[in-house]
Design a protein around this ligand. Sequence first.
Ligand SMILES: [Zn+2]
Ligand SMILES: [Zn+2]
Length: 253
Amino acid sequence: MVKNNALPALIPHWTVALQRGSFYLFPGCCLLCGTLSNRPLDLCRECEADLPFNHSACQRCALPLQTLPVSSSVFGFQCGKCLASPPDYTHCIAPLRYEFPVDTLINSFKHRGQFSRGSILAELLLRNIKAQEALPDLIAPVPLHWRRQFVRGFNQAYWLARYIGTRLSIPVDSRLLSRHKHTASQQGLSRKQRLNNLKDAFRLNHDIEGKNIALIDDVVTTGSTMSELSRLLRKAGAHHVEIWCLARTPLDK
Ligand SMILES: [Zn+2]
Ligand SMILES: [Zn+2]
């Protein structure tokens, strides 16, 4: 676990300098409304303020909630599912809800390779990660089955892991996990069907005893994949597993 107060020293100065320089040469232009963003992010402040931020959510799995119960302080509230059956990860960072226009941005990034969309969302995720007290030892992207990766051309989770890992100087281990079963979408399946679907789908490829790991993906939908991967990592001796994603799907989606 890396203490986050060491963070500024870890960020390569040349990256910051390059970013500032490129901002003056090519000022940011908002990808949602087309106006100048006037900052080193292709998203203006007005469009950012209108995004569906995931403020009211379970503190463990980040499941978006309509309203938090009056009796619960915002800090520490967990959904019924997490209370009944706590997952093997400590918490999930999901800055946004998977709703318009976040769904459109993610689909453009994931299915059409529009990485400028991915960068905007990764910056918002990065902001929340930096607010943490400590950072993990390594980042592991959720693996895609080779067939899906072949069709898509890239693994969006690996792209995000590289982006965040470079900015925070955390190593990315893309070989730690692999997916050996081509699984259908988990959405709309019962809990039993989801577990069956994921049974023996993943493999751990090397030792991670005592490591603190962040699992990353673009969207967490039902949470089953993250739960299964965390279980696998903790069983193999990982000290701590946390989840990072761009957006979390509300229950009714
Ligand atoms: Zn805008
Ligand atoms: Zn929860």
